[in-house]
Design a protein around this ligand. Structure first.
Ligand code: FAD
Length: 301
């Protein structure tokens, strides 16, 4: 099966080669100054033209803000269906794409097939592991004549730098709280630690169900998949639904009062104890070491 990628942007030829190293057999390259920033009309127009010409059996987009806005528009223009936010993809024995995603508030896993072609889906960010880079791989890079819509007065709001930093899926450090926290005000402990260490706060499902945090902060099967450098699980037991969303983190540190909590089975480091005692001490230690970095004076203890 030939795997094709569509790459849009300005001065992105090197990235096209990178896509070949990562598994693409063919890359359709739309390289133009006009595509330097995301413009829904121009991006849609070019992908649509390529899809009509290449007639793919399957057309996938990332379930990112950009993919989520392009997906439905492309599906409507191609006269096909779209399954949004898939967490798993499979090919059945008849070579149909099985699009799997949580449904009904995450209570069931829906298996969806599409009669029309192409079979289209958006796939949740970071749920799939990128292929190893193989710089001996060869592929075709096809430069496409870029099509542009008539200029329209479109106002596109790009996220500010500090908004971007808040994205849980992109975070390098995630501080995740669970039902070990007794009341919503105690979330301040996690926010303090996140501020000190430069992380983003996430949570397990009970905290979202209680309305302590929005679903954007949810880690796991029904929420976000994260792959940070450091994941701190605080008062989280480590249910299978939670682990699905975070077990690919580089380093997992768990704080839990129960030494038999399943989270310790996946943790690289564990602290058995009361989070109300340990978290403030950890925050103070991080602050102290940050101050030492600033002054150049090393801090011990
Ligand atoms: C279809 C479906 C989808 C789901 N999707 C998700 C999902 O996406 N994400 C998710 O997280 N869950 C999900 N769940 C829920 C999941 O099954 C668990 O119920 C949930 O993950 C448990 O959250 P928790 O670990 O915070 O709470 P608990 O399991 O209650 O664990 C709390 C932990 O805190 C510890 N603790 C208590 N007090 C302290 C203290 N003072 N100091 C230190 N530790 C303490 C306890 O020892 C315990 O291990 C889903 C469930 C279903 C059925």
């Amino acid at each position: 099966v030939e795997l094709c990628a569509v790459l849009l942007g300005d001065n992105v030829e090197a990235a096209a080669q990178e896509l070949v190293y990562r598994g693409a057999d063919t890359v359709y390259l739309c390289d133009s100054e006009a595509l330097a920033t995301f413009d829904i009309m121009n991006y849609r127009k070019n992908i649509l033209a390529i899809a009509k010409q290449a007639q793919p059996e399957i057309l996938l987009l990332g379930a990112t803000p950009i993919g989520r806005s392009l997906g439905p528009r492309l599906a409507a223009a191609l006269g096909t269906g779209l399954t949004a936010d898939c967490t798993t993809l499979e090919i059945d024995e008849e070579h149909h794409l099985v699009q799997i995603r949580p449904a009904f508030s995450g209570n069931i896993l829906a298996h969806i097939k599409t009669d029309t072609r192409p079979q289209m889906a958006t796939v949740r960010y970071k749920i799939m592991q990128a292929l190893e880079r193989d710089c001996t791989r060869e592929g075709r890079i096809i430069r496409v004549d870029v099509l542009l819509e008539d200029p329209l007065a479109l106002l596109v709001k790009l996220p500010a730098e500090d908004e971007k930093r808040q994205s849980l899926s992109e975070a390098e450090i995630v501080i995740c709280g669970g039902r070990g926290l007794r009341k919503p005000e105690d979330m301040a402990l996690l926010h303090d630690l996140a501020d000190a260490i430069g992380g983003v706060v996430g949570c397990s499902k009970p905290l979202v169900d209680e309305g302590w945090l929005d679903k954007e902060h949810l880690v796991g099967f029904s929420g976000n998949t994260v792959r940070p450098r450091l994941y701190l699980a605080i008062g989280v037991s480590g249910s299978s639904q939670h682990l699905i969303g975070m077990r690919a983190a580089d380093t997992i540190v768990a704080i839990n009062s129960d030494p038999t909590a399943p989270i310790f089975e996946v943790a690289d480091f564990g602290m058995v104890g009361n989070l109300y005692d340990l978290v403030p001490r950890l925050t103070a230690a991080v602050r102290k070491s940050r101050e030492a970095d600033d002054t150049g004076v090393p801090v011990c203890g």
